[in-house]
Design a protein around this ligand. Structure first.
Ligand SMILES: *Cc1c(COP(=O)(O)O)cnc(C)c1O
Length: 426
């Protein structure tokens, strides 16, 4: 039996394919000694603006700072409310709290784990269970902050309509979704701001921290660009208090090399995802969602639980709710996330077989201790709660081999076949 380790993500494999180019790019920066706001920063901003199809692009120090700068540019602060997803990396809500605003967590869709548009609408109309708790503060709602989770866009048309109708900012957390499409349009171009992260494990990863904001409006772009330089304009003259959040020249030079390969990598990730799909389907252990949302059992709509709990021994594969590229959508598989009521046992078996996997995310944000004072209970977002108990990310990266994928699938299906009682999820 092959026992080589299969990591969740293998960045060394990627590095080997482009190391010469990376070294040349880094050398050039070292020779120029322009470490702060050097030429590669402007070049990268331009290239990414073009790639994403945005009007403006502003580099910054991280994805978290991109979120922070978007909120600061929109002058969202103390006492304001921002509607967002509880099922995301902490930074999404962390940025909201950092500016003194309050994250309003409404629940997610059980198929794609993105913000549930109906929940957002209900909240804005004052008929959501949370509405009573925030009554009297509804005039302070300032923004909707959807996350394009795992590489797939949230349902942006209705979210954009709601933002317009209620005069709210629309800020996209696109940290996991560079190059993903919704109706032929790329993540980061729907709202006033798109926030991108180049954390090393993201699809376009730097050699450290880096981030970028896409901005639709020229004045807001100017403001974000000034705020990242302490709010100085011109230098040493401050009309605003900003932060120090620049994209390092070294990181920009590295990202420019990698950007040339991003399309190829995204394509390759999609191919790996399709291959997983074929292998799992051959093993006859998947839950059929081809018939669509309307065919789901009623409790699947309530919490998503019915999807897997009614079919023990079967797994839910990622659902491409935005459609395939032929229909204008594109999931770029930052993560390949399966769902099962035997999640923990599957993860344990993968671990024993030397295969990496991860839970994104084990504690939804409405249940985080730092937000206790906001009074949420786990019952406020039951879909997110269930997802946190049942989802698991499997290895996916362009260099993953056919044999490695087969081993991952064999290990997962071994658990599904070997055991019958599934009573894990609370
Ligand atoms: C990675 C990530 C961030 C934060 O990006 P950093 O560059 O690590 O600060 C924000 N939101 C989501 C959804 C992310 O995945």
């Amino acid at each position: 039996m092959n026992t080589d380790r299969i990591p969740l993500l293998d960045l060394s494999a990627q590095y080997e394919t482009i190391s010469d180019e990376l070294h040349a790019a880094v050398d050039k920066v070292l020779q120029n000694q322009q470490f702060i706001m050097g030429e590669p920063v402007r070049q990268l901003e331009n290239e990414l603006r073009t790639y994403i199809g945005a009007r403006h692009a502003v580099g910054c120090a991280s994805g978290s700072d991109a979120l922070l700068l978007a909120l600061m540019s929109a002058e969202i602060g103390r006492g304001d409310l921002v509607i967002t997803s509880p099922f995301t990396f902490f930074a999404t809500a962390g940025a909201i709290a950092r500016v003194g605003a309050i994250p309003v967590f409404v629940d997610i869709d059980p198929l794609d784990y993105n913000l549930d548009v109906n929940q957002v609408e209900d909240f804005l109309k004052g008929r959501h269970p949370l509405s009573a708790r925030f009554s009297g503060q509804m005039k302070n709602v300032r923004a909707i902050l959807p996350v394009h989770l795992y590489g797939q866009c949230a349902d942006m048309d209705p979210l954009r309509d709601l933002a317009r109708r209620y005069n709210l900012y629309l800020i996209e957390d696109a940290a996991q979704s560079i190059g993903s499409y919704y109706k032929k349009q790329q993540a980061g171009t729907f709202g006033e701001f798109g926030c991108f992260s180049f954390f090393p494990s993201k699809n376009l990863g730097a050699a450290g921290d880096a981030g970028l904001l896409t901005v639709n409006d020229g004045k807001l772009a100017e403001k974000a660009s000034t705020l990242r330089l302490h709010g100085a304009k011109p230098k040493y003259y401050h009309h605003m208090v900003g932060v120090n959040s620049r994209l390092d020249t070294l990181q920009a030079a590295i990202l420019r090399v990698k950007l040339k390969y991003l399309e190829h990598w995204s394509q390759s990730r999609r191919e790996k995802a399709m291959r997983y799909r074929e292998l799992f389907e051959e093993a006859d252990c998947t839950i059929d969602t081809a018939s669509g949302r309307k065919q789901l059992p009623p409790d699947a709509h309530d919490t998503g639980a019915g999807l897997v709990e009614r079919q023990p021994g079967r797994i839910l594969l990622p659902v491409e709710t935005t459609g395939d590229p032929a229909s204008g959508g594109r999931h770029i598989y930052h993560q390949f996330v399966i769902r099962s009521d035997r999640r923990d046992r599957i993860q344990e078996a993968l671990g024993k077989a030397g295969i990496g996997s991860a839970v994104y995310y084990p504690v939804p944000l409405h249940e985080q201790a730092c937000f206790n004072h906001l009074g949420y209970t786990r019952h406020d977002c039951p879909v997110a709660h269930r997802a946190s108990r049942q989802t698991l990310a499997l290895p996916i990266y362009p260099e993953l081999t056919e044999q490695q994928q087969q081993r991952v699938v064999d290990t997962v299906t071994g658990i599904l076949r070997g055991e019958t009682a599934g009573t894990e999820s609370p």
